[in-house]
Design a protein around this ligand. Structure first.
Ligand code: SF4
Length: 217
């Protein structure tokens, strides 16, 4: 079966399972979405949501976050991995958006990726989920599933993003990104797969009889 045929089967199955996709990180506006995504690196969305509940009561704009100060930000997120670095980035990023961008989040990949703590994946999430610009953020889950489904060689996340963008129609990118994340959580976790158990893989690879070895992001 060709990759493009596998892509069609995947779209159909994900649409059956997840016709609606909500954003898993709690947020009130574009800025709090950006901060939640930044904080979610190497942490679970559940933990981030738990901690941002109070933080976002105090600060929902770059100005408010800047005025809250780095120490107070740290106190709210100290239970997260890399908390010190994340607090520093959150503070500096808020200061830059407040002072340089007039309290408004910049709307280009280039400007977003120039902010402290914002890499291509975070910028892609904000561009797609906040601004509706087609993007395909590739995290470790999407990288893993794309390999298990034979959509990419998994050489790097950059390559995976390129391959997925080539295979899937642009108008589906934003939704697919969330659907694949949900599918990874519910069915296709990092552990416990032999490559043959799910309805989807049975359709994609009817003769597969052993696990797929994935290259980590
Ligand atoms: S069989 Fe394995 S790789 Fe395929 S969808 Fe299920 S968990 Fe994922």
């Amino acid at each position: 079966m060709k990759k493009v045929e596998r892509a069609k089967i995947i779209i159909k199955r994900l649409e059956e399972l997840y016709p609606e996709t909500s954003i898993p990180l709690d947020h009130q506006n574009d800025f709090t979405l950006l901060i939640a995504v930044l904080l979610s690196a190497q942490s679970t969305d559940k933990k981030v949501n738990e901690l941002t509940k109070d933080l976002f009561k105090l600060a929902q704009s770059p100005k408010e976050m800047y005025e809250l100060g780095e120490k107070e930000i740290y106190n709210h997120i100290r239970q997260l991995g890399l908390a010190k670095r994340k607090a520093e980035n959150t503070y500096n990023l808020s200061r830059i958006i407040f002072k340089k961008y007039n309290n408004l989040i910049p709307r280009s990949f280039e400007e977003l990726e120039s902010l402290p703590g914002v890499g291509h994946k975070t910028a892609s999430v904000v561009m797609s989920q906040a601004f509706g610009v087609p993007a395909f953020p590739v995290d470790t889950h999407i990288h893993r599933l794309s390999q298990r489904w034979g959509l990419t060689s998994g050489k790097s996340v950059i390559q995976t993003e390129r391959d997925l963008k080539r295979l899937f129609p642009e108008n589906l990118w934003n939704k697919l990104h969330l659907q694949i994340i949900y599918y990874g959580r519910d069915y296709c976790s990092a552990r416990g797969c032999d490559g043959t158990i799910c309805k989807l893989c049975k359709e994609l690879y009817p003769t597969r009889n052993k696990p797929v070895i994935c290259i980590k992001a």
